[in-house]
Design a protein around this ligand. Structure first.
Ligand SMILES: [Zn+2]
Length: 322
């Protein structure tokens, strides 16, 4: 039986994702809701608690249990790994690392050992190193899949934590993959402490990239409205028009082919002929037109009790079509 990967500091804040009552760890393999009229059980798989309310989630507890012996054992094929290593990327986040550095600084101004929830933390987010390297931060890396980083599996529609638990929450490239991003941001708001910080990066001009688990895109103002219960510290382009064009070009070429072999060949061709477009993005991101054509946006904000009205929202447009 593996040791629990969830840091003990977070145990008192855990709540049943169904009824929000406290949970107890009943055994190394199980958490149980303490509410007598609920009493739901949640398994621990590979040391990771699976705190998902099956009645409201697209995910099932049984799927995690069935795969319990496979976690941390599969490696990508050698050829695939080599291709990923050699092919230049067509994607680039412009200054995520600076944003994470700023977030870490703001969190440390709040208190000595801030608690931070990373939603979608199973894969290391681009530019996230400055956050992870800060030893004073207590990080909880959650996801809907178990990887070598996952400490807890939960669904962002029903975050299994008490109100006001976290000083900061990060959702990088997550909110396009949830069926109801508005509900997820409400949950983020609920589990953040007063004046807690949120940092999100969410795509705008990007094609489907996670198969069946890809649902929504946001404009810059659409993204701002999603966080209308937050005061903005900063927002803008995180992935630029160059990356948007490279993605559109790659998916355009790939839409011609259906055989897996041709798909791989065309994919290599698309990467080799379009990777340079991303180098234009740091320059383009400074221009108002980039706010209308970006591949993705970021939002750094502070939990608020005020709501940004839609009248105020439309005044915030900073794009080229004034
Ligand atoms: Zn319950």
């Amino acid at each position: 039986m593996s040791a629990l990967r969830l840091p003990a500091a977070f145990l008192p804040s855990l709540r049943c994702p169904h009824c929000r009552q406290p949970l107890i760890q009943e055994s190394a393999a199980c958490f149980r809701c303490t509410a007598p009229n609920c009493g739901r059980e949640y398994p621990v798989v590979a040391g990771v608690p699976i705190l998902i309310d099956e009645s409201r989630s697209v995910f099932n507890l049984e799927d995690f249990i069935a795969r319990r012996d496979t976690y941390f054992r599969s490696r990508p094929g050698r050829l695939r790994a080599l291709r990923q290593k050699l092919l230049p990327s067509i994607s680039a986040n412009i200054d995520s690392a600076d944003h994470y550095r700023r977030l870490a600084q703001l969190l440390l101004e709040r208190r000595e050992r801030p608690q931070v929830l990373i939603i979608g933390g199973g894969i290391l987010g681009e530019g996230m190193a400055p956050l992870l390297e800060q030893p004073a931060l207590q990080l909880l890396e959650s996801d809907v899949s178990i990887t070598s980083r996952t400490m807890l599996v939960c669904d962002a529609h029903d975050l299994p934590f008490a109100d006001g638990t976290f000083d900061g929450i990060v959702a990088q490239a997550v909110l396009e993959h949830v069926v109801d991003p508005y509900r997820c941001v409400e949950e983020i708001h609920r589990v953040l402490a007063p004046d807690g910080l949120v940092y999100a990066e969410t795509p705008f001009m990007q094609q489907v990239h996670a198969g069946r688990y890809d649902f929504t895109r946001f404009t810059h103002l659409g993204h701002r409205r999603l966080f209308r219960h937050f005061e903005e510290i900063e927002s803008g382009v995180i992935c630029g028009p160059g990356m948007a064009l490279a993605w559109a070009y790659r998916y355009f070429l790939l839409s011609f082919v259906s055989s897996p072999l041709l798909f791989r060949l065309v994919d290599v061709f698309a990467h080799l002929t379009a990777f340079w477009l991303k180098y234009l993005d740091p320059y383009l991101a400074q221009k108002p037109g980039a706010l209308d054509a970006a591949s993705g946006y970021f939002f750094l904000g502070r939990r608020s009790t005020q709501i940004l009205s839609d009248k105020e929202l439309v005044r915030l447009y900073r794009g080229r079509m004034q």
